[in-house]
Design a binder for this molecule. Structure first.
Ligand code: F0G
Length: 481
């Protein structure tokens, strides 16, 4: 939530108190340099003992509420017929208005089942934008992802409040070209992750649904970040200015055929689900559930997490919860933009995104500027972010490099985990790094997996810039911080 101070400035404020704490630790700059070298310049390969603020992701890392934790204690560990499942089903009915639900172990498991049930070799899946795992499962099923994003979706500096909108003209053209029967489904991703956590508008969702219906194509909604998209609709779309988040979510759901989500983000638990009002779709997907996940009432999830997800779904409709990371991100982005540090605007959900193309214009895309920036941020601050650029984009079938549309570094803000002084620290170190950006050089792969290479790939700095950067940092701040 935002409050206005007596000097007129807007301050995001924590609408919760901290009752359990976990000690953190800021390793000295010399250790950070060493740890980054040991991790092969891949932030995924760092150990948390070497990390001060973990902004890798908001997935499964959110602070849980007292109610979530207490619900976990009362879970029902039955293989079949668990009461925990029925409490989840009641929450799904109440929050989404959807009758049929199946738990899955996390979001990508839902994507796997959807691809199994709907995608035949040669089919296309239309999307407002892909997510890494959603694309991987369509590819593995022999399908092809076609992205239908709008004109300025990939512009990092924009005033468009709804860069996640799907372009209807491109939708019509894709159907015309392939025929509706070769399109498995159209997927709308809330708070579109890889373009900087950017929302779509309700009007766009309604329009996409109307067009999908006219062609008989199912609309699949990735709601992993649904509460933030609902919050942005409330803040940015005039029709919904006075509407509650709960009503906005229900209106969204009236425009989807299948909802799936990772339960690790907006719902602040660990797990996932698929939900629908279409019994025929439910049955088609359910056939695969016991093969890959588990029985219909646990789907590979711990019943404790099912309980936590049920509570988390209700809590995410509370504006204090839905805005908790979005308002901090807005502050983070605004302050960095004021200092001239290149960030993605408008501020989105899930993370503050830095534009590595503008931050490091001297590094060619083939030398992974976003990967280099993520490594440099860690060395200069102990903050772990995530590369979202060419390293996160696998090579084409012929082995050629696929240059990503955008070179971003994502500094995710897990919900309710960090305080404003943590954000102030991050802003300060990013300002320092921007002033010293010429010190940063590129990266090259030394070990490169073929699929989702960003997880386990190892890289090396081109020209030993890491040592120079750490040296300059120590000259300004000493080794201790
Ligand atoms: N869809 C979206 C929009 C996501 O952001 C993610 C995960 C998934 C699906 C897959 O869900 O991880 O539970 O299997 N995003 C995480 C992230 C990994 O860090 O952004 P999952």
């Amino acid at each position: 939530m935002n409050i206005t101070l007596s000097n007129g400035k807007v301050l995001p404020i924590e609408m919760h108190q901290i009752k359990i704490v976990q000690k953190t630790h800021l390793p000295p700059a010399s250790r950070r340099l060493e740890a980054m070298q040991e991790a092969g310049f891949n932030t995924f390969l760092l150990r948390t003992k070497d990390i001060f603020l973990d902004m890798l992701t908001d997935s499964g890392t959110n602070a849980m509420s007292d109610r979530q934790l207490s619900a976990m204690m009362a879970s029902d560990d039955a293989y079949a017929g668990s009461e925990s499942f029925f409490r989840l089903a009641a929450a799904v009915q109440e929050v989404f208005g959807l009758r049929f639900v199946m738990p899955v172990h996390q979001g990508r498991a839902a994507e796997h089942l959807l691809a199994k049930a709907f995608v035949k070799p040669g089919d296309a899946v239309l999307m407002n934008y892909h997510f890494t795992t959603s694309k991987a499962h369509v590819d593995l099923a022999g399908g092809r992802v076609i992205e239908l994003f709008g004109e300025d979706a990939l512009e990092t500096c924009s005033c468009n409040p709804f860069k996640g909108n799907l372009d209807l003209g491109k939708f019509a053209a894709a159907v015309e070209e392939r025929g509706p029967e070769r399109i498995a489904y159209v997927r709308m991703e809330a708070t579109t992750n890889l373009i900087g956590g950017q929302p779509f508008s309700m009007q766009n969702l309604r329009d996409v649904k109307a067009m999908a219906d006219s062609f008989g194509i199912p609309l699949v909604f990735d709601g992993s970040l649904i509460s933030e998209n609902a919050y942005f609709i409330q803040q940015r779309e005039a029709e919904f200015a006075g509407t509650t988040l709960q009503e906005i979510i229900l209106e969204m759901m009236r425009n989807v055929d299948i909802l799936y989500m990772s339960g690790r983000k907006s719902a602040a638990a660990r797990g996932g689900l698929i939900a629908t009002n279409r019994k025929d779709f439910y049955d088609r997907i359910l056939a695969w559930l016991p093969v890959y996940e588990g029985f219909a009432t646990y789907g590979g999830m711990s019943t404790k997490e099912i309980e936590a997800m049920a509570v988390g779904l209700r809590e995410m409709t509370d504006p204090a919860v839905a805005s908790s990371s979005a308002d901090f991100i807005e502050y983070f982005v605004r302050r960095l933009a004021e200092e001239g540090v290149p960030v993605v605007t408008p501020a989105g959900g899930l993370a503050c995104h830095l534009d590595a193309t503008r931050f490091l214009p001297h590094i060619p895309q083939s030398q992974y500027p976003a990967g280099a920036l993520a490594a440099a941020i860690y060395i200069a601050s102990g903050i772990r972010g995530m590369e979202r650029g060419t390293i996160s984009t696998d090579r084409g079938a012929d082995g050629s490099e696929t240059l990503a549309d955008m070179e971003l570094v994502r500094l995710a803000l897990p919900r309710r985990l960090y305080t404003l002084s943590h954000i102030e620290y991050a802003i300060d170190r990013l300002k320092w790094l921007f002033v010293h950006r010429e010190l940063i050089g590129g990266l090259k792969f030394v070990e490169e997996p073929a699929v989702l290479r960003f997880f386990f790939g190892r890289l090396a700095p081109i020209g030993g810039w890491d040592e120079r950067l750490a040296e300059d940092f120590r000259a300004d701040f000493g080794d201790a911080c």
